[in-house]
Design a protein around this ligand. Structure first.
Ligand code: 5GP
Ligand code: MN
Length: 334
């Protein structure tokens, strides 16, 4: 971060403020961990802070400290709009363009306030007054730790804030496996553990919390897995009918995409999930090695993300989407 920006933010935060904190739509562990971590930090410093999520967060994150205070924009639009209008500062965390908040975008676009972005996605939009944007970090939570350090307030990080930060580092690094996991990541985690963060319990809360239906849905997804070995590619489809037949709830498909990469020799994988409510096929892409799925998602599926993990969507049918994908894959040399 620029030293002038840090000083300006220190001055802003020197007196109590009304502050809104926003994650991206369909928030994941990093989005919820970073917004709630910042929430606890700001509360500790006497600010009136509110986390406003564009839509509901998944159940497997509901144990995060402070999650019961999170306001849901799409459920309680009027109240959330009022909080946003009154906010003297709006933090946007773990995303880099207003459209990542869905219908909340329209409200954010016309807000005349100070925006502060903390984010690790590529090609950020220029809406923020102060921007801490760096794609070399594995998680926004790791950046939040640094942000608090830059404000010279590291001693404020306690077990509660640390628990939120640990959650985002853990989930966005694929349990410390993805390439952006550095010595610094582990040094931060070591400090968090020393603060009492329960590093053996949190993974259990996050990952060992499946319903029977979720495992059955996973079984269906694995049955649907297709492999294109000559292009080192695999993909999974899940139709709305399949999701319904396992009474799927939000969060049930989280992480399933990664199974496509666990096959020997596969370097590129995708999962296509039909969403009849929104009339789209939501897509997640994953790669290992040099293939840039962020570029692929941007170029062909109206999306984006990071080099090895990205997402996008398609507005045509599942069959047409798969035909398009298979054609694109035929032209890849991985
Ligand atoms: P996931 O596949 O886990 O939903 O997302 C993987 C990464 O891609 C995340 O960093 C997420 O923010 C990003 N991403 C997912 N969907 C979209 C999308 O539709 N548009 C953009 N720009 N990024 C996305
Ligand atoms: Mn993230």
């Amino acid at each position: 971060m620029k030293i002038q920006d840090i000083q300006a933010i220190q001055t802003l935060l020197a007196t109590p403020k009304k502050i809104a904190i926003i994650p991206h739509r369909n928030p994941d562990g990093d989005a919820m961990g970073s917004t709630l971590g910042l929430y606890h930090f700001l509360k500790k410093n006497n600010h009136e802070a509110t986390v406003i999520s564009p839509n509901e967060f998944p159940d497997f994150l509901a144990w995060l400290p402070g999650s019961e205070t999170v306001q849901i924009f799409e459920k309680d639009t009027e109240n959330c709009t009022q909080i946003l209008k009154e906010a003297e500062i709006v933090f946007t965390l773990d995303f880099n363009a207003f459209h990542r908040t869905g219908e909340m975008e329209k409200t954010l676009e016309v807000l005349d306030t100070t925006f502060i972005m903390i984010d690790h996605h590529q090609k950020p939009d220029e809406y923020a007054t102060y921007m801490y944007s760096n794609t070399s970090f594995g998680s926004t939570c790791e950046m939040l730790y640094n942000f608090i350090f830059y404000l010279e307030q590291k001693d404020q990080i306690d077990k509660t804030i640390g628990t939120c930060i640990y959650t985002g580092i853990l989930t966005d690094s694929g349990s410390f496996r993805f390439p952006n996991t550095t010595g610094n990541t582990h040094r931060i985690v070591a400090e968090l553990i020393d603060l009492g963060v329960e590093n053996t319990i949190i993974p259990n809360l996050l990952f060992d919390n499946s319903s029977y239906n979720r495992l059955q849905l996973l079984g269906q997804a694995l049955q649907n897995l297709k492999v294109i070995p000559e292009h080192k590619t695999s993909y999974i489809t899940l139709t709305q009918d399949e999701l319904n037949s396992f009474n799927h709830v939000k969060g049930d498909t989280e992480g399933i995409v990664n199974y496509g990469l666990s096959i020997k020799g596969i370097q590129f994988t995708a999962i296509f999930i039909e969403n009849k409510d929104e009339n789209i096929i939501k897509i997640s892409f994953r790669s290992q090695g040099g293939f840039d799925v962020n570029e692929f998602a941007r170029a062909h599926f109206n999306g984006g993300g990071h080099r090895n993990a990205a997402g996008g969507k398609s507005t045509v049918s599942m069959e047409e989407t798969i035909t398009k994908f298979e054609k694109l894959v035929q032209n890849l040399t991985l």
